[in-house]
Ligand binder design. Structure first.
Ligand SMILES: [Zn+2]
Length: 245
């Protein structure tokens, strides 16, 4: 093993700066050299150089135009579709999948100086995601329950929203989204107990016209105190229902 250099590793390595290669390929080879997974719901921001999201947007636009051509859509005379490839590329890179390309939002954590140890509930937070099977929208709500202890960090309410949005803005499946969010909050807040419930509508069911009745899916993660203490769990679930109105 060569000695490890300061992160990000690729910056010291100029071998991938072959500008003849498509930008996605340059990024992929950095990820592979670093042995870093790049599944649909992974964040790859540490492997992107300045300006590369814009380059990716242009590459995706070209490929998306080819998809429209293959769908036998006349993007030259159909004025509704002339800009579609461009719009879709922008939407993927900078809106609905931005949680793959943007670094984690800055979150200031505060020490729990008041030693708060009461159940806190955040939500419902509106979530927008996409299924990694069909790239169809998943839209729903998330509730977070935190049981802090004196060593926990506290984060502002709006930060829960920003962190949730960052995790959700990727193609994924709901179970994985919930457990990712749980891992991240566990690490940031370090609570005694953490509970997350996500309830979401899967548009691939509606749109494709299959199993409409099963389109709403609910997932939960219970950790620490919520796992051990059934009454705490009940308290969270009943307060959560009251908050959802
Ligand atoms: Zn799907």
């Amino acid at each position: 093993m060569p000695p490890t250099k300061p992160t990000p590793l690729f910056r010291s390595d100029s071998s991938d700066d072959d500008s003849n290669l498509p930008v996605s390929q340059r990024i992929r080879s950095r990820l592979e050299r670093a042995n870093h997974r790049y599944n649909a719901n992974d964040n790859i921001s540490a492997f992107l150089k300045d300006g590369e999201v814009d380059q990716l947007r242009i590459e995706v636009e070209e490929k998306m135009a080819a998809v429209l051509r293959s769908l036998v859509i006349d993007t030259e005379t159909d004025h509704n579709t002339t800009e579609t490839a461009k719009r879709v590329a922008k939407m993927y890179l900078t809106e609905v999948f931005k949680g793959r390309y943007e670094p984690m939002p800055d979150v200031t954590e505060f020490p729990n100086v008041e030693h708060l140890n009461e159940l806190m509930i955040v939500g419902p937070i509106t979530v927008r995601s996409a299924c990694s099977h069909h790239l169809c929208p998943i839209v729903g709500r998330v509730w977070v329950g935190i049981m802090p202890n004196k060593n926990s960090n506290l984060i502002g309410l709006s930060k829960y929203v920003r962190l949730t949005d960052w995790v959700m803005s990727r193609p994924q499946i709901q179970e994985e989204a919930v457990s990712r969010l749980a891992n991240m909050l566990q690490e940031k807040v370090k609570p005694d107990g953490l509970a997350i419930v996500m309830e979401a509508d899967h548009f691939c069911m509606h749109w494709r016209g299959v199993k409409d009745a099963d389109a709403l899916m609910t997932n939960s993660v219970m950790r620490g105190a919520f796992l051990k203490d059934a009454s705490l769990r009940r308290e969270f679930l009943s307060l959560m229902q009251r908050k959802s109105g």
